[in-house]
Design a protein around this ligand. Structure first.
Ligand SMILES: [Cu+2]
Length: 558
């Protein structure tokens, strides 16, 4: 009898332990379901829902479990002890079929008087300038040695290999700390492009992970110049001697984006370029700032605008300044005719920022004849290529997309004292953070930026457009003037190219192939997309906090 009771007791104990594990498993499953639901509601995978712990895998020189444990803290490490100092950006000239190693790792950088923990590609901010030729191919062996998961996106490159485009879960799995990934990239278009992470870009790009790719045209049809200079215009938000706080779990400043308070040109607060009197310089401008739109000019100099995102304009023109929304590029040529020190400027209707200087030395030897500089060229190759698309220019839009916002905190604060901030200044472009208090309280959890298909009413990742290679589609983008906070959105499309046909009904007279269009607040923009590359791609706002707060969709090209 006792024996039997013992058996029963043993059985009950085993069942109790078994039931306990079943409950644990079910709770775990519910957590996963919540994570999946969270994905759906935001339309974008929050870092919370990314992979779970791994046992004894080694990440770099530590156990992955230790790395993941560290990641559980809400904020990211700010430790600078033992880190190398950021090196200046080097130029790497590459040939066809070359192999390149890139590594992302923590470094320390001095910005004004502050030593700041940042990230760099190959220890550099900006990352190395990759110089390649149009039509070439490159293999990149990338190693992630930062403490967060990451990926690399090759911004503006119409890649043949969709798996190398870098969008997490669509093109590849996130690269965990200590892991590596092989990218296969090619360069069908000439121009200035850049590479950057596509996972928590708001955090990783702010901390220095970006670099330029200069693709030289296969036909030497650029103007003769004395110097070629890439200028990367950025800003960083510094508070109390460090970069303004990040959460590891969600993006902050999601209403207006993270506006910086310190301007950087090629990573420097005091950029200077030395040239000689009579030099012509071709500047390749790009803007990897989280949110800021730049209006770039050079004191006392005209800018010859020659190229945009993905190549040359149909016609060269002289302009006083060029505007670059986040992630846009512009190529300009400047003749420095007289000696002196001239400032590089970012001018808004209300403010003037000095970004750096150009020091022009007096000529000590007879220079060349630069009278050609004032002759503006028409690029027949570009005009002819674009003329093939003319028949679509006046067609009705194939798709209409509205850009708008749902914000809990703006709803809550209407009528409260912070309503003072909501004076509804309707600017075409928001040059500064106009509502800093509300912006600082906004996160990707309480803000939802929306990209909505007007026909189906579907939003963000629920849209799922389908196209075929060879399709040419007119897309009308309407930036809702009545949203809770109308502001500009730089809309970027992966893997394809487009023409900006018109803004508010005003037809563009001088076209250039692009991958990003700045849609001002309240404006309607028509773009004509040339679908050339197969795969699953994304289209999103390049204000990185807007992207994190949902303003992104995917489309498939077969
Ligand atoms: Cu946006």
């Amino acid at each position: 009898m006792n024996k039997k009771m013992n058996k029963i007791n043993e059985y009950v104990s085993i069942m109790a332990i078994f039931s306990f594990f079943v409950v644990v498993l079910i709770v775990g499953f519910i957590d996963d379901v919540d994570a999946i639901k969270a994905k759906g509601s935001h339309g974008y995978l929050s870092p919370k829902s990314y992979g779970s712990a791994t046992n004894n895998l080694v990440c770099g020189d530590r156990l992955c479990s230790a790395v993941l444990q560290e990641e559980k803290a809400d904020s990211i490490s700010r430790e600078i002890k033992g880190l190398e100092f950021a090196k200046p950006s080097e130029t790497i000239e590459l040939s066809d079929e070359d192999f390149l190693q890139l590594e992302a790792k923590p470094i320390v950088k001095k910005i004004n008087d502050d030593l700041i923990r940042m990230y760099g590609f190959n220890g550099q901010i900006p990352g190395p300038l990759l110089k390649v030729k149009q039509g070439n191919n490159l293999t990149v062996y990338f190693t992630n040695n930062i403490e967060l998961e990451t990926t690399i996106h090759w911004h503006g490159l119409r890649l043949k290999d969709n798996n190398s485009d870098g969008f997490p879960y669509i093109n590849q799995e996130p690269i965990r700390p200590g892991e590596s990934f092989l990218y296969n990239i090619d360069f069908p278009d000439a121009g200035i492009f850049f590479y950057h992470p596509h996972l928590r870009g708001d955090l990783q790009m702010e901390l220095g992970l970006y670099g330029n790719i200069l693709v030289e045209p296969s036909l030497k049809n650029y103007n003769q110049v004395d110097l070629e200079i890439p200028l990367i215009l950025d800003d960083i938000k510094i508070e109390n001697g460090d970069v303004a706080e990040f959460s590891k779990d969600y993006a902050r400043y999601t209403l207006m984006g993270r506006f910086g308070n310190t301007m950087l040109v090629n990573g420097n607060t005091e950029y200077n370029l030395d040239v000689n009197e009579g030099n012509i310089v071709r500047f390749y401008l790009s803007n990897p700032a989280n949110s800021r739109t730049f209006n770039f000019s050079i004191e006392e100099h005209q800018l010859k605008l020659v190229g945009g995102d993905a190549g040359k304009y149909e016609r060269e023109s002289f302009v006083e300044s060029v505007i670059l929304g986040s992630s846009e590029r512009q190529i300009i040529e400047v003749l420095f005719e007289k000696p002196g020190i001239f400032t590089l400027l970012h001018k808004t209707p209300e403010k003037k920022y000095i970004l750096g200087t150009v020091n022009v030395s007096a000529k000590t030897y007879p220079g060349g004849d630069h009278s050609d500089f004032y002759k503006l060229k028409e690029n027949q190759d570009v005009i002819e290529e674009i003329s093939r698309f003319k028949k679509y220019f006046s067609a009705k839009p194939d798709l209409e997309i509205a850009l708008t916002l749902e914000s809990q905190i703006m709803m809550e604060r209407m009528g409260h004292d912070n309503g003072m901030e909501m004076k509804q200044q309707k600017h075409y472009i928001e040059w500064e953070d106009e509502m800093p208090i509300m912006n600082s309280k906004s996160t990707s959890e309480n803000t939802k930026w929306i990209l909505r298909d007007k026909t189906t009413g579907k939003e963000n990742f629920d849209i799922n457009y389908q196209f075929k290679v060879g399709d040419v589609k007119k897309i009308r983008i309407l930036n809702d003037p009545n949203s809770m906070h109308p502001m500009q959105h730089p809309i970027h499309m992966h893997g394809q190219r487009f023409l900006v046909l018109s803004v508010d009904g005003n037809t563009s007279e001088n076209l250039v192939w692009k991958d990003t269009v700045l849609v001002p607040a309240g404006s309607t923009v028509d773009i004509l997309v040339d679908f050339t590359n197969t795969g699953k791609w994304v289209m999103h706002c390049h204000i990185l906090e807007h992207e994190q707060a949902g303003m992104i969709t995917a489309f498939t090209v077969i």
